[in-house]
Design a protein around this ligand. Structure first.
Ligand code: TXA
Ligand code: MG
Length: 306
């Protein structure tokens, strides 16, 4: 059985960093979703992340560091836009894709010369990383292709028997994964919409960010992902959703569609709850494609294709 301890329990931070330093796997809270962490310089621990998640090895992992200053160790250089975004957005739900340094193994990056890196906003997780003295690699702590976990109980349900420790810090405040921006080539490009609104990043940079294009580079960009077991049907409005609800047996409409932060924060737990309640069809009202609505819409579209 997995050991779940609360982040504020005596010795929780020490225990988590010891497990990581010995090459174990620890599920850690972040402001977006829970991550499945290994020390990024311990190859067989990182390899185990792929095994436990059932994730193909070509799908690279995000490095998490405790402070923006620590990024320098893992990247080849920090271009000016990366410096600006790091100063304004970290700690927070933003991941930057940069050229990697020799301190990052190809197991973490799926053989690429770029590395995805962020400073998470959860204080306990930053303390754990600081104690390790090394970046952790952490994908979302769910089975590949399924719904990300936003509580320690979600992690327990998905991976409980397969990992050493879960650090419980309650509900994730944002509830959808970080925004990923590629700064490894000439123009900034959005790879995955997420918890940091695109408009805000463009305002900070004072320039536009290109939309995702070309072949899928992030696994979150696969057509089908983030899927519950029930099917997901999209509605353009609450009226349309209500019509669908009348016509569809064992269906349910997701709550909070009119409040974007609450919609994001509850999205994955509502999908899991619907599965647990035996709901066959989850009806989701598509939010406007601005702010957090972009990330919510992206996850709902992918879930609907599963
Ligand atoms: O909010 C988050 O980002 C959460 C928490 C735990 O930090 N993590 C997360 O990780 O969502 P994961 O592994 O579920 O998604 C990471 C995404 C994947 O789509 C992966 O393909 C992409 O980041 N990625 C990582 N490194 C990359 C690289 N070098 N090039 C392109 N995409 C990369
Ligand atoms: Mg994931």
């Amino acid at each position: 059985m997995t050991n779940t301890i609360h982040s504020s329990a005596d010795g929780a931070i020490d225990q988590a960093s010891e497990v990581l330093n010995q090459g174990g796997l620890v599920a850690v809270p972040t402001e977006t979703v829970y991550g499945l962490a290994a020390r990024s310089d311990i190859d067989n621990a990182v390899e185990r992340i792929f095994t436990v998640k059932g994730r193909p090895s070509g799908h690279p992992l995000i490095l998490h560091v405790a402070h923006a200053d620590d990024v320098a160790r893992y990247v080849d250089s920090i271009p000016h836009p990366a410096k600006i975004l790091a100063d304004h957005c970290w700690p927070g739900p933003l991941t930057l894709l940069l050229k990697k340094s020799n301190n990052v193994s190809h197991i973490v990056t799926g053989g690429r010369e770029t590395v995805a890196i962020r400073v998470p906003a959860n204080a306990s997780t930053r303390l754990i990383i600081e104690k390790c003295g090394h970046a952790i690699a952490a994908p979302s702590a769910n089975k590949f292709g399924r719904v990300s976990p936003t509580t320690a109980q979600h992690v327990e349900a998905d991976l409980g028997s397969e990992i050493e420790l879960i650090i419980d810090d309650g509900d994730c405040s944002i509830g959808v994964e970080s925004t990923i921006i590629d700064l490894s080539s000439d123009r900034p490009q959005l790879l995955r919409p997420g918890g940091f609104p695109l408009e805000d990043l463009e305002a900070i940079l004072g320039s536009s960010i290109d939309p995702p294009a070309g072949e899928s580079r992030a696994s979150g960009m696969l057509a089908s992902h983030y899927a519950p077991r029930g099917s997901v049907v999209l509605a353009e409005s609450i009226d349309q959703a209500n019509d669908l609800l009348q016509q569809t047996p064992r269906s349910r409409i997701l709550d909070h569609y009119a409040n974007l932060p609450m919609y994001a924060a509850s999205l994955y737990s509502q999908m899991r709850q619907a599965d647990n309640d035996g709901i066959a069809v989850i009806i989701a009202v598509l939010p406007p494609q601005t702010g957090l609505g972009r990330a919510i819409g992206d996850r709902l579209n992918k879930a609907s294709l599963a």
